[in-house]
Design a protein around this ligand. Structure first.
Ligand code: GDP
Length: 322
């Protein structure tokens, strides 16, 4: 089978998002010459005819399918229709076009929320579809599971080299800092930052502080995606994480120490906790020879540096108080 090379035509579907922008950065650093992207205005990925036309015109050879409507626990709970509709369509149109136009290999990115809420921990790939999902993000999870099954079905019926990776909770430069849709690290970073700037010494953290989460820096994920694109070609999806987790309370203290040392953390148990724990078993990926490099403290500090360097844009786009 052909291998992805720096002169391959590579489509990053979702290049403007947290993951897509990290993959583009990574491909650029490896001197890829033909990185194909399309903005939402140029291409509505929910429109099969438009996606087919785009594939016919641009002829990508490799596809990173990392596009989708995404968000944290609040956005998932309040916009379930968008989360299931947009994602089901985006996955289906891109996978189908990749088959129609002979893409050599496609990597589809899922999410750790595909696993049952009460899963044994750490979560092995085989636990998919063994129990009920976490209700706060069930519509999104159903769409993500459909994406995995799409890749498997096209592999079985048409022999397509379509693979899937399931990352744990992500963070890093380029994250979404809008409190209505952000994930916990970006949300807390902004809240601690704004409290410091406004001279406020108490900062709210949603939920009980007891749920446990695993976090992966997005540059590590981009590295893993390229690693799998180069070396993995089988039906089973592959977990991507660090294999380490901590409580939301511990995470909040870590963000506090970097952004607003000395601030007091106030829990708001009126906000949802979501799944009690989501720790991936990453032994399959470790056995292939991949391991993450960025520790959580360094990763959060790196993300906060990025946040401070982009305050102008964040103020304009998200109303961040600088
Ligand atoms: P999840 O892994 O799908 O639940 O994604 P999130 O990143 O949205 O939330 C992870 C955990 O962080 C949940 O237990 C939330 O209740 C908790 N959390 C604490 N403060 C915040 C916050 O300000 N925003 C978000 N999104 N989550 C928070």
């Amino acid at each position: 089978m052909a291998q992805i090379q720096p002169d391959s035509r590579v489509f990053v579907a979702g290049h403007a998002g947290l993951v897509g922008s990290a993959i583009v950065r990574r491909l650029r650093s490896e001197r890829f010459t033909t990185i194909l992207t399309a903005t939402r205005e140029q291409l509505d990925l929910r429109d099969q005819a438009a996606v087919n036309y785009w594939f016919k015109a641009n002829r990508p050879e490799y596809v990173f399918l990392v596009a989708g409507t995404v968000g944290g626990i609040w956005a998932n709970s309040t916009r379930p229709a968008e989360f299931i509709y947009d994602n089901m369509l985006i996955h289906a149109t891109v996978v189908h076009a990749a088959h129609l136009y002979g893409v050599a290999k496609l990597l589809y990115l899922g999410s750790s929320c595909i696993y049952p809420r009460e899963c044994p921990q750490p979560i092995r790939e085989e636990y998919l579809l063994t129990g009920p999902l976490e209700p706060t993000n069930e519509p999104y999870a159903v769409a993500k599971i459909a994406g995995i099954k799409l890749c498997q079905a096209y592999r079985r019926q048409y022999g397509c080299h379509f693979i899937s990776a399931m990352p744990t909770n992500l963070y890093g430069p380029g994250d979404n800092f809008d409190p209505r849709s952000s994930h916990v690290i970006a949300a807390l970073m902004r809240r601690f930052h704004e409290a410091r700037v406004n001279g406020v010494d108490q900062v709210t953290v949603w939920g009980t502080g007891t749920p446990r989460r695993e976090f992966l820096h997005v540059d590590d994920l981009a590295d893993a995606c390229l690693f799998l694109m180069r070396g993995y070609d089988a039906e089973l999806h592959v977990n991507v994480g660090t294999g380490q987790d901590q409580t939301i309370g511990e995470l909040a203290a870590l963000v506090r120490d970097i952004v607003h040392p000395g601030a007091e953390i106030v829990l708001d148990p009126g906000k949802p906790d979501g799944a009690p724990r989501k720790l991936l078993d990453v032994s399959r990926l470790h056995a292939m020879g991949w391991c993450h490099k960025v520790g959580l403290r360094d990763g959060v500090a790196d993300t906060y540096r990025w946040f401070c360097e982009h305050l102008g844009e964040l103020r304009r786009e998200n109303g961040v108080v600088a």
